[in-house]
Design a protein around this ligand. Structure first.
Ligand code: S3P
Length: 445
C-alpha cells in the first residue's frame, strides 16, 4: 500500500464545535511572502507563516536558489532577500510537491532569470494544466516547455547572460485565475516595458497588495467586471516585514462545521477577510448562516477579523456565478453545507473545480452519493438536494480539501465516516485533526 493510501481519518457522529481557535497562516500569502521576500533588497521578517507542505516546498525552492532563510519556528521566518537579480541556479530540479501555486508563480518568476530551471511536482500536480502559464510566457519571449500533454515537468531555459530580456505583455486572462495573473506579474518584474494583465472576474489580489507593500510601483484599474493590473520591469522591492493572517480557506471548514452541527458556537481569531477571498462567507450568509465579524482591523496590508459562527438551519440556494472565483477553494466544504441544507443548491460556472488538486466536482459528487445524498455533477457545477447523511467510507483522492470537507460532514452523519488517502491534509492544514478535536469533533487519524 502506498504512503498516501494508508492515511485515514475517521469521524463519529454527534460532535459539535465550541470555543475559540486560530487557524494556520494563509497559504496564498505564505507562498508570496517567500517569493517576494527573496527578491527584496534586505531582510524580511515574516510571522504567521503556514508550516504546511505546500508553503514549505516554496521555501525549499528559494533555499535551493541560494536564498538564506531562517525558520520557520512557530510561524516565524527570516528571509534574507537577495534583490531582483540575486537568485542563483539550483543544482537540481525544484520539486514543488502538490502546489499548483508554487509551480505557476515560479514559472513566471524564473522565466526572466539568466539561468535554466526545471519544475517538478507530485502525481496530482503533474496532471494539472500548465499551458495556461507557459503560453503567455512564450509570447513574452520565454523559452519554456511542458510535457506533450501540457503538464509538469516545466523546463525553462532562462534568458542567458547576453542581456536579452522578456518582452512586456498585454494579456486578457482566458479564465479568472489569480495564479495566471500572478505568474505574469512576476514575469513582468523582469520584462522590458509595462506588462498589463486583465482578468474577466475578480480573483485574489495578494500579489498586488504585497508588491505595493514592498513599494514596487503597479497600477490597478477597473472597468465594469474587468480589472487590469499593470507593472513595469526593473524597479526594486524595499524590504518590509509581513504579518500573515489566518487562512479563510482553512477557517471555512469550521465555518461550515459550526453552522451545521446543532449547539455549536465558535470564534476563529485573526482570519484574513480580503474581499477577494470572502465568497464563502457571502454564500453561507445567503444560505442563512449566522456569521459575525468582530474586531475588524488590518495586518500586513490585508484586512483581518475575528469571526463568530453559530449553528442554524441552512437553506439551499442558487450560487451566483460572480462569487465562484471568490470562493474557489471552498466548494468541497460548501457542498457539505448544501447536503445539510433544506432544499436544493445549484452551482454553475465552476468548471475550474475540475482541474484543482483533484476533479472536485466528480470526487465530491461520488462521495456525497456514497453517503446517501442526491448530488448530481454537471460539466461546470453540481445540483445537491439537502438530505440525511449516512455513515460510510469515502475516498478523498489525495485532495486535502476533500478530506477535510468529508470530515466536517461526519458531525451530521448517522454513522461513522471514514475518509481514505488523507496525507495531503498536511499541505495546507497540518493540525486540522487536533484543532477539530479540541473544538469538540469526534475525530481521529
Ligand atoms: C491561488 C489561486 C487559486 C486557488 C489556489 C491558490 C493563489 O487558483 O485555487 O488554491 O494562491 O493564487 P487559480 O488562480 O488557478 O484559480
Amino acid at each position: 500500500m502506498s504512503k498516501l493510501d494508508s492515511h485515514v481519518i475517521k469521524v463519529n457522529p454527534g460532535g459539535k464545535l465550541n470555543g475559540s481557535v486560530r487557524v494556520p497562516g494563509d497559504k496564498s500569502i505564505s507562498h508570496r511572502s517567500i517569493m517576494l521576500g527573496s527578491l527584496a533588497d534586505g531582510p524580511v521578517h515574516i510571522s504567521g507563516f503556514l508550516e504546511g507542505e505546500d508553503a514549505l516546498a516554496t521555501l525549499a525552492a528559494f533555499v535551493a536558489m541560494g536564498v538564506k532563510i531562517e525558520g520557520p519556528v512557530d510561524g516565524k521566518v527570516l528571509v534574507h532577500g537577495v534583490g531582483l537579480h540575486g537568485l542563483k541556479s539550483a543544482d537540481n530540479a525544484l520539486d514543488l510537491g502538490n502546489s499548483g501555486t508554487s509551480m505557476r508563480l515560479l514559472s513566471g518568476l524564473l522565466a526572466g532569470q539568466n539561468f535554466a530551471s526545471t519544475l517538478t511536482g507530485d502525481r496530482s500536480l503533474s496532471t494539472r494544466p500548465m499551458r495556461r502559464v507557459t503560453d503567455p510566457l512564450i509570447t513574452m519571449g520565454a523559452t519554456i516547455g511542458t510535457s506533450s500533454d501540457g503538464f509538469a515537468p516545466i523546463k525553462i531555459s532562462g534568458m542567458g547572460d547576453g542581456g536579452t530580456r522578456l518582452q512586456a505583455i498585454d494579456y486578457k486572462l482566458p479564465v479568472a485565475s489569480a495564479q495566471i495573473k500572478s505568474c505574469l506579474l512576476l514575469a513582468g518584474l523582469y520584462a522590458t516595458g509595462k506588462s498589463c494583465v486583465t482578468e474577466p472576474g475578480i480573483t485574489r489580489d495578494h500579489t498586488e497588495r504585497m508588491l505595493a507593500g514592498f513599494e514596487y510601483p503597479l497600477a490597478v484599474s477597473r472597468q465594469g467586471d474587468e480589472t487590469t493590473v499593470c507593472i513595469e520591469g526593473g524597479h526594486s522591492l524595499k524590504a518590509m516585514d509581513i504579518d500573515i493572517p489566518g487562512d479563510i480557506s482553512s477557517a471555512a471548514f469550521f465555518l461550515v462545521g459550526a453552522s451545521i452541527a446543532a449547539g455549536s458556537e465558535i470564534t476563529i481569531n485573526h482570519v484574513g477577510i480580503n474581499p477577494t477571498r470572502t465568497g464563502v462567507i457571502d454564500i453561507l450568509r445567503m444560505m442563512g448562516a449566522d456569521i459575525e465579524f468582530k474586531n475588524q482591523r488590518e495586518a500586513g496590508g490585508e484586512p483581518v477579523a475575528d469571526i463568530t459562527v453559530r449553528a442554524c438551519q441552512l437553506k439551499g440556494i442558487r450560487i451566483p456565478e460572480s462569487l465562484v472565483p471568490l470562493a474557489i477553494d471552498e466548494f468541497p466544504v460548501l457542498f457539505i453545507a448544501a447536503a445539510c441544507a433544506k432544499g436544493e443548491t445549484l452551482l454553475t460556472g465552476a468548471e475550474e473545480l475540475r482541474v484543482k488538486e483533484s476533479d472536485r466536482i466528480q470526487v465530491m459528487a461520488d462521495g456525497l452519493q456514497k453517503l446517501g445524498i442526491n448530488a448530481n455533477a454537471s460539466k461546470d457545477g453540481m445540483i445537491i438536494q439537502g438530505g440525511e447523511l449516512t455513515g460510510g467510507k469515502v475516498d478523498s483522492h489525495g485532495d486535502h480539501r476533500i478530506a477535510m470537507a468529508f470530515a466536517i460532514a461526519g458531525m451530521r452523519a448517522s454513522g461513522q465516516i471514514e475518509i481514505t488517502d488523507c496525507a495531503n491534509v498536511r499541505t495546507s492544514f497540518p493540525n486540522f485533526v487536533s484543532l477539530a478535536a479540541s473544538l469538540g469533533m469526534a475525530i481521529q487519524e
